[in-house]
Design a protein around this ligand. Structure first.
Ligand code: MG
Length: 449
């Protein structure tokens, strides 16, 4: 069987490993597995129309109707799917990847990302001959232009709009030339927040900066926050499911700290509750959530795993350290728009972002990555497991070694020939020492081949 779906759908460089033929066959396979009306949307990449039309043609050829929502953030498509009687959705996006990439992400009918079982079923169909239906049973495409407004209105309805309006805030919003353009400026306008916008034109080659919202890529945002005295800087990735922040003094706030701050604010407001995050996330979340009477549940890496665990365990908030934040009172998927709303509330009700970041217990994380052929990944893990016999372990994803003064996570990448070693401690020297020690162990083992 072809293994197409990675952690976040099928992706590749367009007209090399992602092309019209592949998109057409994926469309047919999706239609064969989940027949019925399917909603489709795209981010702002140049190649989106081509792939959208190919997937749509595939769907229609097997008898499915398509509703074209246009260009939108992924969570806006997910909101549409959850609130309408469609069998699912398809998002054309490569998220934070460079502009030559594009991809196809399948959304289940509850608005969450497709389960591994659904993806496996689509992959199995993909490899088969899928018979087209008779000409008179082929599907049609209709357009719906209101999905951005619906998504924004749903977010606004969950927020304390009056308090946000009264605070009279100015923020700088970096749309990254991506799908955020269609919703985040509108959201801020409806909340009465003055937004100074950067890269606020949808442009598929991402001329402003690469679409991954890293500190390096957000230097213009940082400068603009400092120059304008804004209370907050906001940035999204290409499809605006992720959201990262810059504090009022122009400091980039790492995603694990944002996660901890919003978790504290949400758990406090709920008087307790479960927060879900993968094993790789900093321990700052445990310290912060337990300080307000909440509980942290850990999952394997990947936002669909976090979302599904939140549904199963009744989690009120969850997310990843890369700015992917999931709010149970809105929807079970990464939600860049809702992240803005909750961050604004947190600033107004708790205090400036800088103060909130400074109040967190400091942890130091060191991340190493080693080149590792796919066929050796499992034996590296086994080797580490055998050579760490008396250490406390967590095997939720890879191997997490837990020490009294820190932890090490050894984990193979699911998408690249890479093995990662993360170490964390409250003591910087300990974090560095742990990372170097286990990196050296993996390196030595790999060089024996
Ligand atoms: Mg994304």
């Amino acid at each position: 069987m072809t293994k197409m779906f990675g952690t976040n759908g099928v992706r590749g460089v367009v007209n090399q490993d992602m092309n019209v033929q592949k998109a057409l066959q994926i469309g047919k396979a999706i239609g064969a597995v989940t027949p019925g009306v399917t909603a489709i949307a795209t981010d702002t990449r140049y190649t989106c129309d081509m792939l959208k039309m190919a997937v749509s043609a595939g769907l229609m050829s097997v008898g499915c109707d398509v509703i074209d929502l246009g260009s939108l953030p992924t969570p806006a498509l997910q909101y549409y799917v959850r609130t309408h009687s469609v069998v699912g959705g398809v998002m054309i996006t490569a998220s934070h990847n460079p502009p030559q990439f594009n991809g196809i992400k399948v959304i289940a009918n509850d608005g969450t990302e497709a389960s591994p079982q659904q993806e496996e079923a689509i992959e199995a169909k993909y490899d088969e001959e899928i018979a087209p239906v008779s000409w008179k049973d082929t599907g049609h495409t209709s357009r719906y232009v209101g999905a951005a407004d619906d998504y924004v209105d749903a977010i606004v309805s969950k927020l304390d709009v009056e308090a946000i309006r009264e605070a009279n805030l100015t923020v700088v919003l970096d749309c990254t030339n991506g799908a955020a353009f269609y919703t985040s400026p509108l959201l801020l306008r409806k909340l009465g927040v003055r937004a100074i916008t950067l890269n606020g034109n949808p442009q598929g080659e991402f001329p402003g900066h690469p679409s991954e919202p890293t500190e390096d890529n957000l230097q213009d945002l940082i400068k603009m926050v400092k120059a304008t005295g804004a209370s907050l800087g906001i940035a999204h990735d290409g499809d605006a499911d992720r959201c990262v922040f810059v504090d009022g003094e122009g400091n980039y706030v790492p995603g694990d700290k944002t996660l901890a701050i919003l978790a504290r604010s949400i758990v406090k407001e709920n008087g307790g509750g479960i927060v879900v995050t993968p094993v790789a996330t900093s321990s700052v979340i445990d310290e912060t959530v337990s300080s307000v009477g909440g509980k942290v549940v850990r999952t394997a890496v990947g936002s669909p795993k976090v979302a599904r665990r939140m549904i199963d365990d009744g989690g009120i908030f969850g997310g990843e350290e890369n700015g992917g934040l999931i709010f149970a009172d809105h929807q079970f998927c990464r939600d860049g728009g809702m992240a803005i709303g909750r961050m604004l509330e947190s600033i107004i009700k708790i205090g400036p972002l800088k103060e909130q970041v400074d109040s967190l217990v400091p942890f130091y994380t060191v991340k190493k990555k080693l080149v590792c052929p796919d066929d050796l990944k499992e034996s590296v893990l086994n080797f580490l497991d055998e050579n760490t016999a008396n250490i406390r372990k967590d095997t939720t994803d890879g191997l997490k070694l837990i020490f009294t003064n820190g932890w090490v996570l050894a984990r193979a990448s699911g998408t690249e020939p890479i093995f990662r070693v993360y170490a964390e401690s409250r003591d910087k020297a300990v974090a560095e020492e742990l990372a170097s020690k286990y990196e050296a162990m993996v390196d030595e083992y790999l060089s024996s081949f």
